[in-house]
Write a protein that binds this ligand. Structure first.
Ligand code: HSE
Length: 422
């Protein structure tokens, strides 16, 4: 019989317990021990050897693979120790990989071990390994997706139940989607880590997350939702990464996370509640979309255990590392600044209802070479102000910013929200 694969698990929260449950039928895999913060906490699963010091696992000579499902940056040194001790790593830790992936992958290469991280992006959706294997013939032009379930749940609720952002956030917290401090999800950090990881493998470049533009959903109002709907759009938090040329003609990557008005004709507009979706555009495959559960005990455990079994199958062969699992690239992407990106924009404007106001908005757009697709005044408000909606054709972000500054200076016009359009 094959040698048993021996695991040390760091973290026995929802995902960790799911991993233990999903592993139970696999007789050729043994959990040697698990590291937890609180040794006396009641859990659904029993592990024979619990420790509150994860270094015990990283230094245990009996362990072949460290499964890290604790999250956060605190495990960085533990994983480095484990790699130096020649242990393979399976991790769901998007923040750690997005911030310190380069150092960890270099160290893994030096020590002939691999790092598998299917669960780090879009939970149960298989996306990392498919990009590296089944889709490896492709040259990708873009990756775009809904990578955060909490924000997609909040936006879906706002749209379907006509509720405010704050009411929907409270609902998401009651249901356990959003944390007590929801910043990581609602301000787009979680999606930013995930698009950094996807960009890294789709474009074979290292990514500097400090250069990724990020904007969350807390500025979206139910009025924006309603207006977007009237114009044929849904509002979604979109993470995207696309190849383009900068003004000097050099190839670069445009990577960002922000809310977008997504046309109802596009498949991403149909992704509801906590579901995630990743859309890739490449040659020769064309467009492909992966949809499924982006979080949760069993969907995430599916990806973690899939990685463990991939390592297990490698163990039984001639001992060489599968080329698909190794990180090959070492140069950084040339990441474009948000000011230099090109987008269509939705503007919700509050203005004095005076003769010539729409003319002034039109003139300001013309001054910065911004072509309009739509301009509409929605009647007159009780306070005699006007709500004016503008949707532009494609223009540079720096031009729309100049136009907004200009129009807000020259008349009683306030741009209350500006959302990019997909
Ligand atoms: N908090 C994430 C989400 C799941 O809401 O999608 C884990 O990445």
């Amino acid at each position: 019989m094959d040698k048993k694969l021996k695991l040390g698990i760091i973290g026995l929260g929802t995902v960790g317990q799911g991993v233990v449950k999903v592993l139970s039928p696999f007789d050729d895999i043994e959990i040697v021990g698990a590291a937890v913060k609180n040794l006396s906490k009641k859990r659904d699963v029993e592990i024979k050897c619990l420790t509150d010091n994860p270094f015990d696992l990283a230094n245990n000579v009996d362990i072949d693979v460290i499964v890290e499902v604790a999250g956060g940056l605190g495990v960085y040194d533990v994983l480095k120790t484990a790699i130096k001790n020649k242990k393979h790593i399976v991790t769901a830790n998007k923040e750690l990989l997005a911030r310190h992936g380069s150092e960890l992958f270099d160290l893994a290469r030096e020590n002939d071990v691999i790092i598998m991280y299917e669960a780090a992006v879009a939970g149960g959706i298989p996306i990392i390994y498919p990009i590296k294997s089944s889709l490896s013939a492709n040259s990708f032009s873009s990756v775009a997706g809904i990578l955060n379930g909490t924000t997609n749940y909040i936006l879906t609720k706002m749209e379907e139940d006509n509720l405010s952002y704050h009411d929907c956030l409270l609902k998401a917290q009651e249901l356990g989607y959003a944390e007590t401090d929801p910043t990581g999800d609602v301000e787009g950090y979680d999606a930013m880590y995930k698009i950094a990881i996807l960009s890294n493998i789709a474009f074979n470049k290292r990514i500097d997350i400090d250069k990724i533009y990020r904007e969350g959903i807390s500025n979206i109002s139910s009025l924006d939702m309603k207006l977007a709907d009237e114009f044929g759009y849904k509002i979604k938090l979109i993470a995207l990464s696309k190849k383009m040329n900068d003004l000097s003609g050099n190839e670069c990557l445009d990577i960002r996370v922000h809310p977008m008005l997504v046309s109802k004709n596009k498949s991403l507009a149909d992704i509801k509640n906590a579901t995630n979706a990743v859309m890739l555009d490449g040659f020769p495959v064309g467009e492909v979309m992966f949809v499924g559960a982006g979080a949760g005990e069993f969907p995430t455990a599916s990806s973690v255990v899939g990685d463990i079994l991939t390592i297990k199958s490698e163990f039984n062969s001639n001992g060489e590392i599968l080329p698909m699992t190794v990180c090959h690239h070492s140069d950084y992407a040339n990441q474009i600044n948000i000011e230099d990106t090109i987008n269509c924009y939705y503007l919700r404007i509050k203005a004095a209802n005076t003769p010539g106001t729409i003319g002034k908005i039109g003139l300001a757009c013309g001054k910065y070479n911004i072509n309009l697709s739509c301009i509409l005044q929605k009647g007159v408000n009780d306070d005699r102000s006007a709500t004016i909606i503008v949707i532009t054709e494609e223009c540079y972000e720096k031009d729309i910013n100049l136009m907004i500054k200009d129009v807000e200076q020259t008349s009683e016009v306030r741009v209350l929200n500006r959302i990019r359009v997909m």
